[in-house]
Design a protein around this ligand. Structure first.
Ligand SMILES: C[S@@+](CC[C@H](N)C(=O)[O-])C[C@H]1O[C@@H](n2cnc3c(N)ncnc32)[C@H](O)[C@@H]1O
Length: 159
């Protein structure tokens, strides 16, 4: 989810036992994803869907692992760049409200967030916000790891 040019998805497909990848983004990046598969000689079965969060997906689609690297910063303008900015945290709320419909019973979520300690003059979701969202949507935080040397953290979440 929020696959962009597919960096994370392709890395996982090549480095882990994952067999199939479904790449999703609000932008139509089908050609770029297909080109990246070809030039890197990836053999895995992949599919791309253009979708605003889960809106274009049928609830019959169930995933063992859902990975999201979304836009992090809250904006008050709907015209803000969707790579970096999430209008009123709509994506964040939409994602966690709907994600459990798309997970297998043992399915997991890997969600990238920004480290709370980042000093920047932009609003981003901190641990306190995630705690509330998880409680509201009956999701469990299993692990929470900092990625050393970066501003990112990874959360592993289950139903
Ligand atoms: C931080 S970038 C992810 C970059 C990606 N990891 C890569 O390697 O290219 C965020 C991505 O989220 C996508 N995005 C923004 N809003 C979205 C939404 N509502 N639904 C799905 N994708 C969205 C953007 O188009 C962008 O590609």
């Amino acid at each position: 989810m929020c696959c962009g040019i597919g960096t994370i998805g392709f890395s996982l497909l090549s480095e882990t036992k994952l067999k199939k990848g479904h790449f999703i983004d609000i932008k139509n990046l089908k050609k770029i994803i297909e080109k990246n598969k070809k030039i890197n000689n990836f053999k895995s079965e992949i599919k791309f869907t253009k979708s605003d969060c889960f809106s274009a997906l049928n609830k019959k689609n169930k995933f063992d692992l859902i990975i999201s690297n979304p836009p992090f910063f809250r904006s008050n303008s709907i015209r803000a760049n969707s790579i970096g900015f999430d209008f009123k945290f709509n994506f964040l709320n939409n994602f966690f409200t709907n994600v459990s419909h798309y997970m297998t019973s043992k399915g997991k979520i890997i969600f990238l967030k920004i480290n709370d300690d980042l000093k920047i003059n932009l609003k981003f979701a901190k641990n306190k916000i995630f705690k509330k969202i998880f409680k509201k949507n009956k999701l469990k935080l299993i692990e929470h790891l900092k990625i050393p040397g970066t501003i990112y953290e990874v959360m592993l979440i289950s139903k």
